[in-house]
Each structure stands twice: as C-alpha cells, then as structure tokens.
Design a protein around this ligand. Structure first.
Ligand SMILES: NC(=O)c1ccc[n+]([C@@H]2O[C@H](COP(=O)([O-])OP(=O)(O)OC[C@H]3O[C@@H](n4cnc5c(N)ncnc54)[C@H](O)[C@@H]3O)[C@@H](O)[C@H]2O)c1
Ligand SMILES: O=C(O)[C@H](O)[C@H](O)COP(=O)(O)O
Length: 390
C-alpha cells in the first residue's frame, strides 16, 4: 500500500507506517502527480481534494485530519468509489481554549471582565457547543444561534442571528463554510450585519474565513474603528488582506485548533476509520501517541481574583498573544503568504487545558469548580505553604 500524507500531520508514522510505504509532502505540494500511484491520501485543510486531484489516481481512501471538510469534494470521491473520513470534533477543545485565551486578553486590555458581557455563539456544534458549556459554567450569559439545530430540535434555547447581533456584545462565529442553500454561511456576516454590530462589540471568527466578509469588516474597522475583531481564519488564506490584518486586535494564522492532543486525535480517528473500512486490525491506542505535557502541574494559592487566577492558568497552557506576535514577526520577515503558512508548519507543542493539573492551596480552594469549569484538571488536597506557617 502506498500512503501519501501531508508532512505536518503528527503520529502518521506510528499509526500508518506498518501498513505500507509512506510519502510525506508539504500540503500545498500534494497534486495529481503526487497521488497518481497512491492508495491512501491523508490531508489537512490546505489541500484541495477534487476530481482534478484524484481522477488519474488509484486512490481508494482519503482521510482529512480536520474537522472542516469544505476543501473536499465528497461527491467526486463517492462517484469514483473512494472511501472518505474526516475527524469531527478532533480539535474542538483546542479551539475553545484559544477562544477563552482571546476573550480574557481583550477583557484585560479593556479593563473589564467577561461576566460583564453577553456572549453570542453562532454555530453550536462540536466547537460552539463546548464553548457555550464552558462559558455558561463560568457564569457568563450566553445566547446561541444555530438554525439547523433549531429546526431539528425546536427553537427553545436558540435565537435568530439578527436577534443575537442586537443582544450580544461578544460574538463568536463557529460555523462551517456552506457555500449555498437554506443554511448557507458564505458571508453570513455581510456588510449589513457587520454595520449592525453595536459599538464596543467584540467579533471573533474561528470557523472559516469566508463566513465573514473581510472587506466589509475592514471598512467598519477603518471608518469607525469602534469594534474589536479577533480573527483566526481569513478569506484567501494564506494570502490574507494585510490592511485587515493590521486592524485586527488578535490576529492568528488559523491555529485555534492546533493542540498536539487535537492533531493526534485527528490522526487516530482517521487511522481507526481506515482500519474499520478495510477490515484491518487496530494496533495503536490513542494514549500511545500522546506524550506527557511539559507543564503538568501548577500550584495556586490565594492573593488572586478568580479572573486573575483563570488568566494565569490559561496563559500557562496557551497564551494566544504569542501566536499573534509570531504571525506579525513572520509576515514582516517573509511577507503575508509565506509568513502565514510558515506559522502553520512544523511541530505543534501546545497542549489542551485538561493536561494541566492545578493544585490548589487552602486560600485558593474556592477556585476548584471555577477552574474545572474552564477545562483544567484540579487537585484539591490542601497544601501547606510557608506563608501559612506561624
Ligand atoms: N480555526 C480553527 O482552527 C478551526 C478548528 C476546528 C474547526 N474549525 C471550523 O469550525 C467549524 C465548526 O466546527 P464544529 O466542530 O463545531 O462543527 P460542527 O459540524 O460540529 O458544528 C457546526 C454547527 O454549525 C451549525 N450551522 C450550520 N449552518 C449554520 C448557519 N447558517 N448558522 C448558524 N449555525 C449553523 C450546524 O448546525 C452545527 O451545529 C468547522 O466546520 C471548521 O470549518 C476551525
Ligand atoms: O477544520 C479543522 O479541523 C481546522 O480548521 C484545522 O485546525 C485546520 O488545520 P490544518 O488543516 O492546518 O491542520
């Protein structure tokens, strides 16, 4: 068996190596020639998988180690009898970690805290649903908009998008890219909706860049400059709009889902899917792939407000400001496209909040359920600190 895989998918050698010959390539170099004699293709979101790619190949299986599937023409695969799998939910926790890190950062810059705001979650699936749960558990008022779910489950618990825009001062967009149809999300945030945002609104997009009209957002930011934009995904990646990028408060290169845990979970999901489809034994457990985190314990005692304690724990695991700064540096040095892609290549080291156990001293014991709600593991046994020694 010949397996062609994007070189930036971790865990491929362990999971797939013994099934055949592996060829690792940069995602943007995977073309029809590269897959001509391949049986299996493993991609990320940057490889367009369409009829032109697969037509002259002997491919029998394509797996994308991503949640999003908008880069894959599944009809073309089905019509050629090529099996397909994606990795729903694989990096949803990581995206929520990044959203929390981003919102806490903007709150700090503006001298406010998140419980003074109402958050609207648009697209309440694996990512948005987890975000809603974590924010609600932290006592933050949230509204949800998800017309397909409202249609299937009933309107209770959901509002329409324009109501959400009118009532929320933080809006988090987590929809897939759906080009057309009843629930189309292409430019879901168009000129009219971006203009309708109240001054001081924070608008975050971690779904797909094309769900938001970047030109309209740039107009609002340039003319009025009265809203705060947080973008992880962009139109025309990697050649993103420099003028927009310069006006975005937290600008990251489509890395919200980039935790090592999420990436390895994706690889393992595709490995499992291929084994199931082809009736092969599964010899590798997910736990085998994940190394212990570099930072596994953090000891916290009194002296901090709950929000300060949360911010400290969040930044110990994932400080979104570093990704913002890295992108700025890379784009200045290498130009937008190469800088953007460069930040998305290579080893991912970031871990998820749950890999950090927060050990709470007596003066911080009250924070146990608060930090657990944010996603951390908690160790509650009382710690005797020097400070408490009489
Ligand atoms: N930035 C990143 O790194 C990153 C990481 C993971 C996923 N994503 C993107 O986020 C998207 C969502 O991920 P997910 O795992 O939650 O997917 P999901 O399929 O579990 O959930 C998507 C939700 O959006 C809803 N939806 C569909 N059309 C809608 C509309 N018109 N208005 C409002 N809601 C609508 C669906 O009903 C569903 O509940 C993915 O498709 C992917 O494109 C980005
Ligand atoms: O859809 C997804 O899973 C995410 O957008 C994913 O994080 C994209 O990352 P990449 O394709 O670069 O691995």
């Amino acid at each position: 068996m010949h397996i062609v895989a994007d070189r930036d998918i971790p865990g491929v050698d362990t999971c797939f190596g013994e099934w055949g010959r592996l060829t690792r390539l940069p995602g943007r170099e995977i073309d029809a020639r590269a897959v001509r004699d391949a049986d299996v293709l493993l991609t990320r979101s940057i490889t367009r998988v369409d009829d032109a790619l697969v037509a002259d190949s002997r491919l029998r299986f394509v797996g994308t180690c991503t949640i999003g599937t908008d880069h894959v023409d599944q009809t073309a695969l089905t019509s050629r009898g090529i099996g397909f799998a994606s990795a729903p939910g694989c990096n949803a926790e990581a995206v929520v970690d990044q959203v929390l890190s981003s919102l806490l950062t903007i709150a700090e810059r503006e001298g406010t805290e998140l419980d003074e705001r109402r958050v609207g979650v648009v697209g309440v699936g694996n990512v948005g649903g987890r975000l809603f749960q974590r924010l609600s558990a932290l006592g933050i008022d949230c509204l949800c908009c998800d017309p397909p779910r409202a249609q299937a489950e009933g309107d209770d618990g959901y509002v329409d998008l324009d109501t959400l825009i009118a009532l929320c001062d933080v809006i988090c967009l987590h929809t897939p890219l759906i080009p057309e149809g009843r629930y189309a999300t292409y430019h879901l945030f168009d000129d009219a909706r971006i203009e309708a945002l109240a001054p001081e609104t924070w608008l975050l997009n971690a779904g797909r860049g094309e769900c938001l009209d970047g030109d309209a957002l740039l107009r609002r930011l340039s003319r009025r400059g009265d809203i705060t934009a947080i973008l992880d995904v962009w139109e025309r990646e990697p050649d993103i709009d420099q003028a927009l990028w310069q006006r975005v408060a937290i600008a990251t290169p489509h890395v919200a889902g980039y935790s090592l845990d999420g990436k390895l979970r994706a690889t393992h999901m595709i490995y499992t899917a291929l084994a199931d489809q082809w009736g092969m034994p599964k010899c590798h457990a997910f736990e085998e792939l994940t190394p212990p985190p570099s930072l596994s314990r953090l000891v916290l005692d009194g002296g901090l407000t709950p929000w300060e304690a949360l911010r400290l724990c969040v930044r110990a695991v994932h400080d979104v400001r570093r990704d913002h700064d890295r992108l700025a540096l890379a784009c200045r040095k290498r130009g937008m496209g190469a800088g953007f892609d460069g930040c998305r290549a290579g080893k991912v080291r970031r871990r998820e909040f749950s890999t950090l156990t927060v050990e709470l001293g007596a003066d911080a014991a009250d924070y146990a359920s608060w930090l657990a709600a944010a996603g951390f593991s908690i160790h509650t046994s009382t710690i005797i600190t020097d400070r408490k020694t009489p």
